[in-house]
Design a protein. Structure first.
Lengths: 359, 144
C-alpha cells in the first residue's frame, strides 16, 4: 500500500476567492479522503434578527452573500410576507423576477470565469467577466448598486423600472446572447477544455439525489428539479423548464450553467414584455406572528428560508439552508479517488459559496 | 497621479466578508478596470506580496490566519482594508462572532469604504497604498 499523507488545502488558496479548509488524505497523487472544516466566514447573521427589526433585517439578509444578494433578500421577504399574509403587487413580483434572473446570469458568468481561471485559460476568464460587466452596468442603471443593490423590501420592491430601463435590459440581454456564443463554443467544444473537464468528478443520478445535491449540480446528473417550477413570484407566468444534462461530470455541470444563462436571458425578455403596470409595494402594518418556510431557486440551487415571528418587531428565529450546504456532502464524495491536480476544479464545479454556507 | 515607482504585487484575503467586495477586487483585474495597467498583479503567495487587501470584519477563526499572512509578507508592507466591514465591522458589527475592523488585529494603512466597495475606489485605495509603500521603503533605506 502506498504511504498516506495529508495535505492541507486552504484557507488561503490562489484558486479560492473565499477561505475554506480541506484536509486531503492522499495515497501518492490520488485523493482517498477529504475532511472539510468550515467556519472561516461565520459571522452569526441569523442571531442578528434579535437586534434588528424585521424590516431592517432585509439589508442584513442581502449581505449573507454578495453574489446571490438579491435572492437572499427576496427569499427572506417572501417568507415574512407569507407569515403576515401580504399580497405583493404583480409589478413588484415581475421586477423581483427580472432582478433575480439578472443575478443568475451574473453569477453563472462569474463562475464560468473562475472555472476558466482554475484551468489556466486566462483569456476565457477575461471574456466571461467582460460579458458580466454588461449585467452589472444594468444593475447600476436600475438600482444604483453593482453587487449589493437592496431592492427588496417587505411588501414589494423599493425601486421601479421605467420603459427605457426595461428596454435597456432587453438590449443588454440581446448583446450578451450574441457575444456569449464564442464563449460557449470554447467551453463546449475546445479540445483542452474538454480534456480537462470530461469524465472528471462523475456524480450519478441516484447518488446525487441520495446525497442531497441541489441546483445545477443535481440537474447535471439528469434530475429535472428546479424550484422555479413551483411558480413563486412571476415564474408561474413564464416558461421555465429545468435545464439538464446526463453525464454528471464537470463538463455537464458547465454545460447546464451555460444553457441556464441563455434560459435566464429569455426569461428576462419575457418578463420585461409581460410586466403589468401598477404599484410596486403595499404598506406593511403590524408585526409578523407565525412561521413559514419559503423556497427559492438561487443560482447555486434551492435555498430555504425559515422565519418565525412572535408578534413583536424582532423575529424569534430566522434560519437559512443554502445550496452550498447541501452540495458539500456530494463534493466530498467526488473528491475521493480523484487526482490532486483535479481537486480545485471539482471544488469549483459545485460553485461553492462559502459566505452563504457559514453566514 | 504621477509615475508609479514600482509594480506592487497584491495578496487578497477574505476575513469573513460577504463576497461582495471580493468579487469587486477580482473585478479590478478584468478588462473593464484592468488594474494590471498600473503594473499591479494579484498573487496568491504572501511571501511575494507587497500589499495586503483584506475584506470583511475579523472573526475568531480568521484572526490567526490574518496575523500569519501579515507576518509572512516581506517588509515594507501596506495593508488596505476594503469595504466598510473591513474598516469598522459595518453591518455585521453587532454579530457575536465579529471582532470589528481589521485594525483590531493588524495595523491598517488605507481604508476603502463602501458596501460593496466599488472597483474605482479599490483602485484608488491601491494607488494610495503604493505611495505609502514608497514612503515606508524610503524610511527603511534611511535606517539601514
Amino acid at each position: 500500500m502506498a504511504k498516506r499523507s495529508i495535505i492541507p488545502f486552504g484557507p488561503q488558496h490562489p484558486v479560492l476567492p473565499e477561505p475554506v479548509h480541506l484536509d486531503l488524505v492522499l495515497e501518492d497523487e490520488t485523493v482517498v479522503g477529504a475532511i472539510p472544516s468550515i467556519g472561516y466566514i461565520h459571522r452569526g447573521l441569523e442571531k442578528l434578527v434579535e437586534k434588528k427589526d424585521f424590516k431592517q433585517y432585509v439589508y442584513v439578509a442581502e449581505r449573507v452573500c454578495g453574489i446571490c444578494s438579491c435572492g437572499h433578500g427576496m427569499g427572506y421577504c417572501e417568507a415574512v410576507e407569507q407569515v403576515m399574509e401580504i399580497e405583493v403587487p404583480a409589478r413588484a413580483r415581475y421586477l423581483r423576477t427580472i432582478w433575480m434572473e439578472m443575478s443568475r446570469v451574473h453569477s453563472h458568468l462569474l463562475w464560468l470565469g473562475l472555472l476558466a481561471d482554475a484551468m489556466g485559460f486566462e483569456s476565457l476568464f477575461m471574456e466571461s467577466w467582460r460579458l458580466r460587466e454588461k449585467i452589472l452596468d444594468m444593475f447600476d442603471a436600475t438600482t444604483g448598486g453593482r453587487i449589493i443593490f437592496s431592492v427588496n423590501c417587505v411588501g414589494g420592491t423599493l425601486k421601479d423600472m421605467d420603459r427605457d430601463m426595461l428596454a435597456g435590459i432587453c438590449r443588454a440581454a440581446d448583446e450578451i446572447e450574441q457575444e456569449i456564443h464564442p464563449v460557449m463554443e470554447t467551453f463546449l467544444r475546445d479540445y483542452s477544455v474538454q480534456s480537462r473537464l470530461k469524465g472528471l468528478g462523475v456524480l450519478k443520478k441516484d447518488d446525487a439525489v441520495l446525497l442531497g445535491a441541489v441546483g445545477p449540480m443535481l440537474r447535471a446528473s439528469g434530475e429535472a428539479y428546479d424550484v422555479r417550477m413551483l411558480g413563486y413570484e412571476a415564474y408561474g407566468d413564464l416558461d421555465v423548464e429545468p435545464v439538464t444534462a446526463q453525464d454528471g461530470d464537470c463538463y455537464s455541470r458547465c454545460r447546464v450553467r451555460l444553457y441556464e444563462i441563455l434560459q435566464s436571458l429569455r426569461l428576462i425578455r419575457q418578463a420585461a414584455e409581460k410586466i403589468p403596470d401598477g404599484e410596486i409595494a403595499v404598506p406593511v402594518k403590524g408585526n409578523p406572528k407565525g412561521e413559514y418556510f419559503a423556497r427559492i431557486e438561487q443560482p447555486r440551487g434551492e435555498a430555504i428560508y425559515y422565519v418565525k415571528g412572535n408578534g413583536t418587531k424582532n423575529l424569534d428565529r430566522f434560519r437559512l439552508r443554502t445550496p452550498t450546504t447541501s452540495n458539500i456532502p456530494p463534493m466530498v464524495e467526488l473528491l475521493k479517488g480523484c487526482q490532486l491536480a483535479d481537486v480545485p476544479l471539482i471544488i469549483l464545479t459545485i460553485d461553492p459559496c462559502i459566505s452563504c454556507t457559514e453566514r | 497621479m504621477g509615475k508609479m515607482s514600482r509594480s506592487p504585487w497584491l495578496l487578497h484575503y477574505d476575513a469573513s466578508s460577504c463576497n461582495g467586495c471580493d468579487i469587486e477586487v477580482l473585478d479590478c483585474l478584468t478588462p473593464k478596470y484592468d488594474i494590471e495597467r498600473f503594473g499591479i498583479i494579484n498573487t496568491g503567495d504572501p511571501f511575494q506580496a507587497d500589499i495586503l487587501l483584506i475584506t470583511g470584519g475579523v472573526n475568531s477563526q480568521t484572526e490567526p490566519v490574518v496575523k500569519q499572512l501579515y507576518s509572512q509578507m516581506p517588509s515594507p508592507k501596506v495593508v488596505v482594508a476594503v469595504g466598510i466591514c473591513a474598516c469598522t465591522g459595518g453591518v455585521f458589527k453587532e454579530c457575536y462572532n465579529i471582532r470589528g475592523g481589521i485594525d483590531t488585529v493588524i495595523p491598517v494603512d488605507v481604508y476603502v469604504p463602501g458596501c460593496a466597495a466599488r472597483p474605482e475606489s479599490i483602485i484608488d485605495g491601491v494607488v494610495k497604498a503604493v505611495q505609502i509603500l514608497d514612503q515606508k521603503r524610503a524610511a527603511q533605506n534611511q535606517e539601514a
